[in-house]
Design a protein around this ligand. Sequence first.
Ligand code: GDP
Length: 212
Amino acid sequence: MQDTEEGAGTLSPLDLRHTAFLLGAARPKQFPADDGWEVAIAGRSNAGKSSAINAITGIRGLARVSKTPGRTREINFFHVAARRRLVDLPGYGYARVPVPVREAWRRLIENYFAHRHCLRGVVVVMDCRHPLTDFDRQMLVWCDHARLPVHILLTKADKLSRGAATAVLHQVRARLIHEYPGSEAITVQLFSALKQAGVAEAQQILAKWMGF
Ligand code: GDP
């Protein structure tokens, strides 16, 4: 990655604390200008994506934490620093979503992945008790098509014992290597927003992809 742009190399991960909501987009023409650095976060609804965004930025309430799955249909853009954005991609649980809504979602996200030049990497949030759902696999396929690096957060790790969580980490890595050619480049970590575990590791990925 070219690191010669304004501000590059002078920021630290702590600058995530200045992250603020920029806009929500239901259509590609509402996206902000396609320049600088963008990192997207995706996850099936209720996986813990909003909690992860809040934990990683250190800003309570930045992304809405909700027990009602799939309430938001827009792509939410957050300003992180000059020309750096964090992008919250809408998630849902497959079974409950009507086909037209799912199709609109698919077109919006697929368009975003396929045409967004400033997108540098995608964080995929998975509940560590239910990793690699159909939703997650769709994300991995689109990231592969767009040749984007992927970092997987296995969230709610506090719900498992230390040994069980470590076993899931190894299983997910093994399944990725077995099932997805080229997936050696995908990184995976355990995460808990509740216990603030794995936050620094996730921040470092964002900082790297945003050219900090
Ligand atoms: P989203 O739909 O993916 O944005 O998920 P949310 O962040 O709204 O979280 C869904 C539910 O899981 C909420 O009830 C959260 O309180 C809970 N949750 C999220 N992260 C964690 C975590 O790390 N540990 C535990 N125990 N619960 C979590």
